[in-house]
Structures are given as C-alpha cells and as structure tokens.
Design a protein around this ligand. Sequence first.
Ligand code: SF4
Length: 347
Amino acid sequence: MSMQTVLAVARFLRDVPVARNPLSVVWHAGEPLTAPISFYEGAFERMLEASTPLQHNFQTNATLITDAWCGLIRKWSVQVGVSIDGPKFIHDAHRVDRAGSGTFDRVMRGINKLREHGIPFSVLAVVTAASVNAPDEIWHFFKSLGTSRIALNIEESEGAHKSSSLGGTQTEAFKRFLSRLAELQFADPSMSVRELDNMRRHLSCRVGAQVHRSDNRPGAIINIDINGNITTFSPELLGVEHARYGKFVWGNVHQNCWTDLLANPGFRAAHEDIARGVEQCRQTCPYFLLCGGGSPSNKLFEHESFSVADTQYCRFQIQSVADVVMEKMEAELELKGTGSYLPDQAI
Ligand code: SF4
C-alpha cells in the first residue's frame, strides 16, 4: 500500500460513521509483516491524521518477528494475534511453506521474541482433523505459551480453499473437543476461549436479547485492499469475483466517501440478498438469537447464494458451540441445585 493510499484511508476513516473508542485497525489477510517496519512507522504516523483514536492490530504467523519488530509493536502498542494451530504435530500437519516444510519452529522463534520483550499476544488456531481429537494437547500447549486468550476457527471451505479436512460430518467430534476444552477451562479459568466465553455471555443475556454479527451489517467491518478498494461485510469477500455480484468492490478511498458506497448498485444488491439470508435464519433457525444470522461469505462459498440460512460453518461455529455451552451451564445449575442462572457465577 502506498503512503498516498494510507493517507486516503486515514481521511476516509475520519468521515465514516463507525464505532470508534478506539477504532480497531487490523493489518490482516496475507502476512502483514512481509511489509518493512519503515512502512508501518510511516503508515501509523500518517494515520494519526484520522483524528480518531486507533488501535492497530497485527494478525501474523510470527515467523518474521525480530527484536526490531518488537520495538515497533511496543512503541505503537500494537495488539498481536498469532496464527498457530497447536503443538508441532498438529500445526505442521497443515501449516507448511512453499517448499512443503512445517513452519512450527519458525513460529515459535517469533513467539519467543514476543515473550522476551514482554509483549502479550492472543492465539488464533484453526481446528482441523489433526486437532479435533487432541483437546488436552492443545490446551496444555497454549497454556505453556503464556497466552491468556485463544480463538478457534474451524477449517472452512472458503474461496480458493475448496474443502475442509473436518468435512461436514464431524460435528460430534468437534463437540467432544469443545466439551473437553470447557472442562479444562473450568478447572483453570485463566485462559479465555473466545467461542466458549462469547457463547456464555450470549446465553447470560436477558431473555429475548439478540446477538448482532458484524459481518452481515454494513459498515460494522470495513475492508480496504492495498489499492484502496473498499468493501464491507465479511472480509473474505475482498478479492473474490462472483458471477452474480462481480467483484465485491464498492468504492475506493481515493475517490469515494462512505455514502457513495451505500449508493453503489453492487452494494445494494448484495445488502438485499444478505438481509434475505438473515431473515431466513430468523424464520427457520432455533439458534438465531445466539447467532444473528450467520456469515455472508460462508453462505456464498458453500451455497453460491447469500439468501440462505444453514451452513457447514454455522453448524460447527455456532450450533455446536451453543449445544456444548448450554449443556455445561445446565450441568452447573444442577450442581448448584438452583433453577436460575446467575451471570456473575458464570465459569
Ligand atoms: S446458526 Fe446458521 S442457520 Fe442458525 S441463525 Fe446462524 S447462520 Fe442462520
């Protein structure tokens, strides 16, 4: 991304009506640390022009982290998420370089640099067929890294990645995996598991409260590519071309403001279809209040349409998580011998 585009992004963000306290900027998609440190020094300086508080985040595979990167991260208080799937035998089963070699040792070198510099990091792990039967190994490995927060993404059929090693039939195995993680977390609550903790929060809300997803609401996530092209909804849509929708590019930071994007016919067509899909979810799915109507990119990649409800992704990432967490909460209530759930006693 050129510095002119960075400046244009800053100006675009200044005028866009999104939540800011602070506004979270995630350098993601591909490996962000392949750009030089000097790029980020320049970009962060220029983005101060956005005159809105910004929180920068790197989602990185950590293989390129050095002392100099740690200096930048500390200087700008960048939040770091590391993509690592578990111990070596799990991580290297899927995360390989272009020569086909596992990247685990290089990831660990980067993580050790972060630890040397006292930089906290969260972990983003993809759950694959290699990990679904190894919850204990995964839990203890992440505990040993010293991270306090892990997030689990199931391996998805998405974009160029046409099939998942989990297939569509391993939801029971995934539930057993989650259930064991919940037991381990109950015994040692010092590490947050995003999926379990978010679902507990959702289930502890007042009756009738509804979860809203950021990826099916316009403007909740704004995605900008290196040329300044803009889209919204699921980040995975940026860079994809579809027979019905064309490219999911509805503006450019050099020429357009947010209201131009809202008037773009491509955006309006996608928005209408996404809203139809959410409505189908509302009408048909008992998990709707806990989900908010699903991820548009998964609907499109799995069904070639936004106007659908159920996906393989949501059966794992929403329905299975909800089943496991509800079962655990009900078991807790039985233990306590009470008929009502008290959120402040959540595990
Ligand atoms: S769980 Fe699936 S079907 Fe149910 S509301 Fe969510 S996306 Fe729609």
